[in-house]
Every structure is written in C-alpha cells, then in structure tokens.
Design a protein around this ligand. Structure first.
Ligand SMILES: [Zn+2]
Length: 64
C-alpha cells in the first residue's frame, strides 16, 4: 500500500497510525480498532499504538 499523503487541510485532527483517513473526512467512519478490539490497550496493557489508545480508528467507507 502507498503511504498516506500528507493532508493539506490543516483542520485535520490528530491522526493515529491505524486511521485510514482524517477524522471527519468525507465517507469515513470510526470503527473498532482491529489491533486492540476497541480496548485501547494491547494484550500487555500498553497503550495500543494503532489507535493511540482510543480503541477506535477512522476508516474509509463507501466507494471512495
Ligand atoms: Zn487499538
């Protein structure tokens, strides 16, 4: 996969490595983080790096 392009929109909120798109972007939605299953923590209780401890990641939906 290609690395995500740097967004030119400075409105973009903090993004986590697991986010496929900027929060609030068109045709995106939050989804349970697949790395921690929404707990925000990994099995060793460390903060999940994929979602930044939120337990949620932003994914692209629809046909974008
Ligand atoms: Zn996570």
């Amino acid at each position: 996969m290609n690395p995500s392009p740097v967004p030119t929109n400075t409105e973009a909120a903090q993004r986590n490595p697991g986010d496929e798109a900027a929060p609030g972007a068109f045709q995106t939605a939050e989804n349970t983080c697949p790395e921690c299953n929404g707990s925000g923590k990994r099995a060793d209780q460390a903060m999940c790096p994929n979602c930044g401890g939120t337990g949620m990641v932003v994914v692209t939906v629809g046909d974008a």
